[in-house]
Design a protein around this ligand. Structure first.
Ligand SMILES: *Cc1c(COP(=O)(O)O)cnc(C)c1O
Length: 376
């Protein structure tokens, strides 16, 4: 949907050098474990192909995605690194998975059997990762059935067990007791595999928060998502995230200005009458681009001329109006920063998230397909 050019006065700027910086920082902190970069959801809104390329250049050895389409996009861009699908996929996609040499997750015998048939038909041996549910209860084979699933997988010559993994439910709260419970359960599965003579080369459990905060969770590989983008997994791990730098800014230019009288209100619903005559600046970006409609009224501010300014009325699909008070210096074409730095001021994804009662992940992924992404 987005083109390779932009006619719009609104864009995301993605600094691939900062993606590399963030990967390098994590790499230095986690020792010998491999980094597989999580680029699902269009790389958390940053653009999956450039982010994948940057992460691999910075030392990541594999990639992770949520759905088959995301893996196909990367293969078609010429990326040859391993691409792990983070959960079992519909049986109808087995041929596509094998054809594009994606690395499937297996957590059921039925899923394994379908992949084995597709692999055998294509005369290939497919690497798979077995996912174990150790307490999050989203996907994965239960811990006490993991060895028998692995033995079932091993019975197929067309499948090879490359990985064994799990996923934490509360990694962003390192002191939560469930982290230790899940880790113990996972270690017991790893031991049971060893006893059964099955030793997958890649053992992994950690997302960003766990990788940075808990050395015991790193095993031979970590799945690095949010931290690679320079965003916090959660407030509970901020002390472990020092040095990470957000890689994406959202900028627009003022597209129209007008003086609006005291007592008049702005935008759909005419919700907030102005207390005094004010310069209203319109910017051509809206909720279709991922600026949530709910931001109006939260106290959230954007930057113009280095000054934080209020949203004057309801965020519309394609445009937002900004209350510039009595500042008559603002004109069409002036830069507006919605996320990022301007002068001494900075607006962060986490500020948006806090204003909206959500997490940075949701803000970043929400940056829409219509948004042009400029890579620096
Ligand atoms: C999304 C995801 C990750 C990445 O998590 P971050 O917190 O962004 O690092 C890792 N593993 C699985 C299974 C995921 O779904």
């Amino acid at each position: 949907m987005s083109t390779d050019f932009s006619t719009r006065w609104a864009r995301a700027e993605v600094h691939t050098g900062l993606i590399q910086h963030n990967v390098a920082i994590v790499k230095e902190r986690i020792g010998s474990a491999q980094i597989w970069a999580v680029v699902k959801a269009n790389a958390y809104g940053h653009g999956s192909i450039p982010v994948a390329q940057a992460a691999l250049a910075a030392g990541a050895t594999g990639l992770c995605v949520a759905v088959v389409d995301e893996g196909v996009v990367l293969r078609r861009a010429g990326i040859t690194a391993p691409i792990l699908l983070l959960s079992e996929q519909p049986a109808s996609l087995a041929e596509l998975i094998v054809g594009y040499e994606l690395t499937p997750t297996v957590s059921t015998t039925r899923g394994a059997a379908v992949l084995a048939t597709a692999a055998a038909t294509a005369d290939k041996v497919v690497n798979v990762h077995i996912k174990v549910d150790t307490g999050m209860h989203r996907v994965g084979v239960s811990a006490n059935e993991a060895v028998s699933l692995a033995q079932f997988v091993k019975s197929y010559e067309s499948l090879s067990i490359e990985g064994l993994y799990t996923h934490f439910a509360v990694a962003d709260t390192p002191s939560h007791p469930a982290n230790a419970t899940q880790l113990t359960a996972f270690n017991e599965v790893v031991d049971a595999f060893t006893k059964a003579g099955i030793q997958p080369p890649l053992i992994h459990a950690a997302n960003s928060a766990a990788a940075l905060s808990n050395a015991d969770s790193r095993f031979s590989m970590v799945r690095l998502g949010i931290a690679m983008y320079g965003l916090l997994p959660g407030p509970g791990v901020s002390e472990f995230c020092a040095g990470l730098i957000p890689a994406m800014s959202i900028k627009a230019k003022v597209s129209a200005v007008r003086w609006v009288d005291a007592g008049e209100a702005v935008s759909y619903g005419l919700h907030r009458p102005l207390e005094k005559s004010s310069l209203i600046a319109t910017i051509p970006i809206g909720y279709a681009d991922g600026v949530p409609r709910a931001l109006f009224g939260t106290g959230f501010k954007v930057l113009i001329h280095g000054v934080p300014r209020d949203i004057a009325g309801t965020v519309t699909m394609d445009q937002i109006m900004i209350d510039c008070g009595n500042d008559s210096s603002i004109t069409v074409g002036d830069e507006v920063v919605l996320i990022g730095r301007q002068g001494d001021e900075v607006v962060t994804v986490d500020q948006w998230a806090a204003a909206l009662g959500t997490i940075g992940y949701e803000i970043a992924c929400g940056i829409g397909a219509r948004m042009y992404r400029n890579y620096l």
